[in-house]
Design a protein around this ligand. Structure first.
Ligand SMILES: [Zn+2]
Length: 123
């Protein structure tokens, strides 16, 4: 990575985003179903997004997707593939990662990916 941003800073940022998203998610869930929130708190945080009972709350899906992104980024960090485009394996810049620590794609691939998504799924 060619900049003054160190790997350590990127890791701190990624962990901070993970912490923030998980905290926010739990707060939201607590208002919907306090018992379920308590169950999740006793589970490893990287298993939350795939916990089947959460599928009963469609309004949680955007946050669950955000958690999945964080889980994927943390997993990539652990196996040493963090910061590589998931499509073409180009190295993302430290600036891009600092801006969005869960970023999965370089600009050209992001554009292609965005175009490939059907518009109607957001309805
Ligand atoms: Zn790419």
């Amino acid at each position: 990575m060619s900049s003054n941003i160190t790997e350590c800073e990127l890791e701190q940022r990624l962990l901070a985003v993970a912490e923030e998203r998980r905290h926010h998610f739990l707060q939201t869930l607590q208002q919907l179903d306090a018992a379920l929130a308590a169950t999740l708190q006793a589970m490893p945080a990287d298993e939350w997004a795939d916990y089947p009972p959460l599928a009963a709350w469609p309004q949680l899906q955007p946050q669950l997707n955000a958690l999945k992104q964080v889980d994927a980024a943390l997993c990539q960090w652990q196996i040493g593939l963090y910061g590589l485009c998931s499509d073409c394996e180009a190295e993302l810049t430290a600036e891009q990662l600092l801006q969005d620590p869960c970023r999965q794609r370089c600009d050209p691939c992001e554009q292609k990916y965005g175009k490939a998504q059907p518009v109607s799924w957001q309805l």
